[in-house]
Design a protein around this ligand. Structure first.
Ligand code: ADP
Length: 339
């Protein structure tokens, strides 16, 4: 009876758990551990199964020192999990003491930590680049170009562009962090997607004109979604602006809002340079760019699609990207229709 209760409790707990005797024989392997390690490890010898000196040493420490010890284990192969093993000696119920092994998968934590530090490194790098250019200009103006009125005028214009770039980047970083804060709060407002896109259109017309790009809008009326008008406007704006800035002079951008069964779709099609297939899955990562230089010269921050992804996720939608090098790209935002 007692054994059954112990088994039931172990199975009810979400962490992978193993119960060992002092020789390392696995007496119990809970449901989570069975799923995690791919089979029920009962009757196997822990040391033979895991074959990692760090784990065996930690097990011995727990048995001899009668206190909890910890070891880390990185599984190899496709799964590549980082596991923390805690060996907890239990008070002896019978003649033989037992060790409870509690496993904790740290892969997600490690990944988040890595992403966070990559993000800080990337953001610092992106800010440092214009800052270095600015400092360079300041030094030149203090030294070699001190008396050169014409050069000073040119330098000031270039410095202004760098300062604008920094401020654009800071705006995007703040925008991203604000979006992340309420990513889990479902928007409640009823929005006509076409209206949002029409508003973006009026902001984008001058940009398209300056870039020499033709824009065509085909917006169906009464496509209602639950959304945040500002955020959806930002998505439309980012995607259409990308289409304009990467396509360039003489090209055409088509924007359509329509209904496909229970979905509202916003489609932006361009006949610009297109994107090679291997870049597509990574485009929505922060700071991921096909060409950093190209993006910078076009005033990009590398955050636009990351912002779109988070907003679309908040709206329970998805972003589909289809592209072919030399032919153009199509970005489709799919959102659930509000009934
Ligand atoms: P950026 O500020 O660099 O434009 P985004 O996150 O908006 O950053 O886009 C990421 C990258 O995706 C861009 O740097 C560019 O390489 C590519 N990209 C986005 N939209 C297009 C497009 N319409 N055509 C070609 N490439 C695009």
């Amino acid at each position: 009876m007692e054994h059954e209760i112990v088994g039931a409790i172990m199975d009810a707990l979400p962490a992978p758990l193993l119960l060992l005797d002092v020789a390392g024989r696995i007496l119990r392997c809970n449901t989570s551990a069975t799923a995690y390690f791919g089979s029920d490890l009962r009757h196997q010898i822990f040391q033979f199964h895991f074959r990692k000196p760090a784990l065996v040493e930690a097990l011995n420490r727990a048995i001899q020192g009668k206190m909890t010890s910890t070891a880390h284990y990185q599984s190899l192969g496709a799964t590549n999990h980082a596991l923390e093993f805690n060996f907890c000696p239990l008070p002896a119920y019978s003649d033989s003491p037992l060790v409870l092994v509690v496993c904790r998968d740290q892969s997600r934590e490690n990944r988040v930590e890595r992403m966070r530090s990559d993000f800080v490194a990337n953001a610092s790098h992106e800010l440092r680049t214009p800052l270095t250019t600015l400092s360079g200009f300041i030094e030149t103006m203090q030294g070699a170009a001190k008396q050169d009125e014409k050069a000073r005028g040119e330098f000031l214009a270039l410095m202004k562009a760098q300062a604008e770039r920094m401020s654009l980047l800071i705006d995007d970083l703040l925008s991203l962090s604000r979006i992340e804060v309420d990513e889990h709060v479902e928007p409640r407002e009823l929005i006509d997607l076409g209206m949002v896109v029409r508003q973006a259109e009026s902001l984008l017309r001058p940009i398209a004109k300056e870039a020499g790009c033709e824009m065509h809008f085909d917006v169906a009326p009464d496509i209602w979604v639950k959304g945040d008008a500002n955020q959806l406007g930002q998505v439309a704006n980012n995607l259409v602006e990308n289409a304009i800035k990467y396509s360039g002079r003489g090209k055409r951008v088509d924007v359509a809002v329509s209904r496909q069964s229970n979905d509202a779709t916003l489609t932006i099609t361009d006949n610009g340079p297109g994107i090679a297939a291997h870049h597509i899955p990574r485009l929505t990562e922060r700071f991921y760019r096909v060409s950093a230089q190209e993006s910078r010269t076009r005033g990009g921050t590398g955050l636009g699609l990351a912002i779109c992804k988070h907003i679309i996720k908040r709206h329970r939608g998805r972003l589909d990207i289809v592209s072919q090098v030399g032919m153009g790209s199509r970005f489709t935002v799919v959102l659930p229709i509000a009934e």
